[in-house]
Design a protein around this ligand. Structure first.
Ligand SMILES: *Cc1c(COP(=O)(O)O)cnc(C)c1O
Length: 356
């Protein structure tokens, strides 16, 4: 604490990202990065953009990238917003749609950044408890809330809602923005993007960080009707006109159009997820049904905190959220098949040892 800080800064509880170790010896299954590299075509586009024109500002409207995305969804350009990672877009959305309203609602177990944005922008919020199977009861979303935020698939449970459920939420709460965060949608859920045309209160947010292996490039986008997109543009242009640099715009556009690479790598992740789920179930874990590139799992007899520490000692990083309802669960990202084999070997040993 410093006397120079504003009251807002003193009150903040910043989001704590997963560990990014400096040495590359760990098997990193803690931050849901894609184990396969970005599209080679995207890397080529980034290299090609690395030239003298970097002295010039990038396109503030990000037209080429937004057009490519709009085309895929059969929408016009004014339905698409792009930002410096989807986290930035989520921040703009909380700022632009939820401040000064009734409390916004989201599940008690979800992406913890939502609470952080609420605190940053002074947005009141109410959490809706998931049931014992970590599922959302749509009836529990309060009438008269100031907005609804749903990660679909949810993080860190991996559980997906079907589009009928999303549509039910949209029609039951027509007066507030329903923000659907689809960071993991490409690993097995249905995108609500196709509902955008019929629902003026829907904003869908996606990212290039997970299914397109570009966490390091920082690109996300949102899809919604033009009145919602315009709000985001107004905030962006009051904050930073150039959220995506030239390399990011070129790389993301190329990655978007390389659908062959995208499909091949996400299907490999999904196949490994199935192997991981079976292997961990055999070892006595309860593994939630995941539509994402991670699983949330809990062992019947070995505490999650101990497993996380012992895995780390064996060179494998996983995510453990201390305190709260998922204290005894581990979120483990889906790596390569080789990483999955190492994980199974070490987990097998740790579980055996605990059984003594
Ligand atoms: C990873 C993640 C994001 C952030 O993605 P970036 O585009 O890298 O900022 C947003 N929401 C959820 C639920 C995530 O897991």
């Amino acid at each position: 604490m410093s006397t120079f800080w504003s009251p807002i800064v003193s009150r903040l509880e910043p989001y704590v990202p997963g560990e990014q170790p400096k040495d590359g010896t760990f098997i990193k299954l803690n931050t849901n990065e894609n184990p396969y590299g970005p599209s080679p075509i995207a890397l080529g586009a980034i290299r090609a953009a690395t030239q003298d024109s970097l002295r010039l500002y990038p396109d503030p409207a990000m037209l080429r990238l937004r057009s490519a995305i709009a085309d895929t969804f059969g929408l016009t350009l004014d339905h698409v917003f792009a930002g410096n990672g989807s986290d930035e877009i989520l921040a703009h959305a909380f700022h632009g749609f939820f401040t000064g309203r009734d409390p916004v609602a989201f599940p008690d177990i979800t992406y913890s950044f939502y609470r952080t944005y609420c605190e940053l922008y002074g947005v009141a919020y109410r959490t809706v408890p998931l049931d014992d199977d970590f599922r959302l009861d749509l009836q529990a979303l309060p009438d008269g809330c100031g907005g609804i935020v749903l990660a679909n698939p949810n993080a860190p449970t991996g559980i997906a809602l079907d589009l009928d459920s999303i549509e039910t939420v949209l029609t039951r709460h027509p007066d507030v923005v329903v923000l659907v965060d689809e960071a993991y949608v490409d690993f097995g859920a249905d995108s609500a993007a196709r509902l955008v045309a019929d629902h003026p209160n829907l904003l869908v947010v996606q990212t290039f960080s997970k299914s397109r292996s570009l966490a390091g490039l920082r690109v996300g986008f949102a899809i919604g009707q033009p009145h919602l997109i315009e709000a985001l543009v107004r905030i962006k242009d009051s904050f930073n006109s150039y959220p995506l640099d030239r390399l990011a715009q070129a790389g993301a556009e190329a990655a978007w159009t390389d659908t062959a690479w995208f499909d091949e790598t996400r299907h490999m992740v999904m196949a490994t997820r199935a192997r991981m789920t079976d292997g961990m179930t055999d070892l006595g874990f309860r593994v939630l049904p995941s539509a994402a590139n991670f699983v949330l799992a809990s062992h019947a007899s070995v505490p999650a905190a101990k497993l996380a520490a012992d895995l780390r000692a064996d060179g494998i990083l996983v995510r453990h959220f201390a305190g709260g309802r998922i204290e005894n669960w581990l979120r483990i990202s889906v790596g390569t098949d080789e990483a999955c084999d190492s994980l199974m070997r070490v987990l097998g040993r740790l579980v055996d040892r605990a059984a003594g």
